[in-house]
Design a protein around this ligand. Structure first.
Ligand code: CA
Length: 227
């Protein structure tokens, strides 16, 4: 999934159409809040970010994404009409992975996207697969299946599941999960973790029992056996 934040409807529609024609899943957003909301629901594999936005400069959006744990490493290509050297350097200094000056052709855009996806996820990234009982996760695609059915998780639910599955058998306290997933400066309480585990389990159906509660401590990914 590729997201695009671009206030100009014409450009947005043109790019989304071009991406879909090239076999990508893609969704466009007009405003930063709409983008942030979508990211909470589903983290894309890559973001196309317009520099000149009326409400909030694209650089500010980039800084916010880079300071949040869930999007710190999200691949970002900045798009801008300002093709000067200074703008380019500013974008890259603030954490953009690549930079394309408007006007651009879709051929160039698509090949830059493919190159960045290869750099980020590797050419074999599509085949990376984590399994636990009936749960399968494809990290490069942010896809989760439970008993063969695709499961739609929010960003935090996904991060939780991935953290537990990558460290199978290890018990995590609520505080350590908060720190790892919500970030060290998150002002919430440990109940937040419980709420997310509950919705995660519900979405996983029968496989939800593989996320085990360790009474008085926290959670772990187990194999479903009683020990
Ligand atoms: Ca614009």
């Amino acid at each position: 999934m590729i997201y695009m934040l671009e206030d100009e409807e014409g450009i947005r529609n043109f790019v989304i159409y071009a991406l879909k024609s090239s076999g990508f899943e893609a969704e466009g957003f007009e405003t930063p809040p709409a983008l942030y909301e979508a990211i909470e629901e589903e983290l894309p594999e890559l973001l196309l970010l317009d520099r000149m936005l009326p409400e909030e400069d694209g650089l500010e959006v980039l800084k916010k994404l880079r300071s949040a744990p869930g999007t710190r490493k999200l691949p970002v290509i900045m798009l801008t009409a300002k093709g000067t050297e200074l703008d380019k350097v500013e974008g890259l200094d603030n954490g953009a992975d690549d930079y394309i000056a408007k006007p651009f052709g879709t051929m160039e855009l698509i090949s830059r996207i493919k190159a960045l996806l290869r750099r980020t996820y590797g050419s074999s990234a599509d085949t990376e697969k984590l399994s636990l009982g009936g749960i399968t996760v494809y990290p490069s695609k942010h896809e989760v299946f439970a008993d063969g059915e695709k499961v739609n998780l929010t960003l935090k639910e996904y991060d939780l599941l991935l953290m537990l599955m990558r460290n199978r058998g290890q018990v995590f306290s609520r505080d350590s999960l908060l720190r790892e997933i919500w970030g060290y400066d998150f002002a919430g309480e440990s109940r937040t973790v419980d709420v997310h585990v509950r919705t995660l389990r519900q979405k996983l159906g029968d496989c939800g029992e593989l996320i085990e509660t360790i009474r008085g401590v926290g959670y772990k990914a187990g194999d479903g056996s009683i020990d």
